[in-house]
Design a protein around this ligand. Structure first.
Ligand SMILES: *Cc1c(COP(=O)(O)O)cnc(C)c1O
Length: 372
């Protein structure tokens, strides 16, 4: 097998991920933030995101926020709760854990409901909790837990959250664009995702799909100037797509292109189909070689899979990582503390032929480097 140019590997990491050459090419142009064409680009992105979310534009709006995905989550969590609010965080992975961390930093009152990291939060338990804790006003959770690859059942949780009339915040960072989410039907008030996940742009901003009424109600609640969600929105609306502070122009242009490419691929359904197919192939192929996945197939999302280290004395993550990288693919270490794992993502410009190739490389690695 031939080795690869060390600078041209593909990423099996879910964000940043491998983008198309045409998306990257958009970044060769320097754009002016005041220019009408650039502001129109921002507005087209905002409108396009509402379409992807299946929401009525009179009820929902989009806010783009500089920074990585966490900045978007922090913007929502630090801008939405007022002083009399109390948040309930459903925790079953590192990203919901991070929500708790953000709330702690901002000294915002919250409770956490913990679930096993290989299990989805149980809607009945959440409903019971809301019944016995009327002081909770906001529920926050993650859709696809990128920590493990588990896809939470946001529809089941949405039903109880809405039955109790609470504000619903969803971190759909690594699912939006790759998994269809009917935001309005589910009654999600704030959904957060970012440029460098399933829409397949490059890193640099996050976006928030917000129910207008809930967003308007949050006015004056922000605890940070640069992450003030309401004010970011106000300026974007008032100035027809002008960002409040310097925006990542190259990233925005790349994302605009990435959205067109998502449409050309056939939209979210087609992309979901490709991701699911690649994920299934990867998982089955790895299992056939003896690797065991952490998440049960019933809860496995189509984005990323966590595998336990193989039962092989010669195996090391470092040697596997290097071997794969030399052959053109970069993988992710695990994010679990109690067991040794690694992760294989399959979003971005990754196709069935990549998965076949990766599986062959793993096979060669196990037979060569691993067995000596
Ligand atoms: C990627 C991701 C984030 C944001 O991480 P950043 O490193 O800040 O981009 C948040 N939540 C989930 C579920 C993610 O996958």
């Amino acid at each position: 097998m031939t080795t690869q140019d060390p600078n041209t590997y593909k990423l099996l990491t879910p964000g940043p991920l491998t983008t198309s050459a045409s998306v990257r090419r958009e970044m060769l142009v320097d754009r002016c933030t005041w220019d009408k064409d650039y502001k129109d680009m921002t507005q087209e992105i905002r409108t396009g995101l509402l379409e992807l979310a299946h929401v009525d534009a009179t009820l929902y709006t989009t806010v783009l926020m500089q920074g990585s995905g966490t900045f978007g989550v922090e913007s929502v969590l630090s801008s939405v709760p007022g002083i009399n609010d109390r948040v309930l965080v459903l925790v079953n992975g590192a990203y919901s854990e991070r929500m708790c961390q953000i709330l702690t930093y901002h000294k915002i009152a919250f409770d956490r409901l913990d679930f096993d990291w290989d299990q989805v939060p149980d809607a009945q338990i959440v409903g019971n909790y809301l019944q016995s804790h009327p002081e909770i006003t906001i529920v926050s959770m993650v859709h696809n837990e990128t920590t493990t690859g588990l896809l939470n059942d946001i529809a089941a949780i949405a039903r109880v959250v809405k039955a109790w009339n609470k504000t619903f915040i969803v971190d759909a960072m690594s699912s939006f664009g790759g998994v269809d989410i009917r935001v309005q039907d589910l009654g999600i008030d704030f959904l957060v995702s970012s440029a460098n996940k399933c829409i397949q742009g490059v890193p640099g901003f996050s976006f928030i799909i917000a129910r207008r009424e809930a967003l308007e109600k949050s006015r004056g609640n922000a605890r940070s100037l640069s992450l003030d969600l309401y004010d970011q929105w106000r300026v974007m609306e008032k100035d027809g797509g002008k960002w409040r502070f310097t925006s990542p122009t190259h990233v925005v242009a790349a994302f605009h292109r990435a959205m067109a490419e998502l449409k050309a691929e056939g939209g979210i359904d087609a992309r979901h189909e490709r991701y699911s197919r690649c994920n299934r192939l990867m998982r089955e192929g790895m299992e056939a070689m003896g690797f065991k996945a952490y998440i049960d197939t019933a809860h496995q999302g189509p984005i990323i899979t966590t595998f336990f280290y193989p039962d092989n004395a010669r195996f090391t993550f470092a040697s596997m990582y290097d071997y794969l990288k030399r052959h053109g693919y970069v993988i992710y270490p695990g994010k679990l503390t109690e067991r040794d794992t690694f992760r294989l993502g399959n979003i971005g410009e990754i196709y069935e032929e990549d998965v076949q190739k990766v599986l062959r490389i793993f096979k060669d690695y196990l037979q060569g480097e691993c067995h000596g």
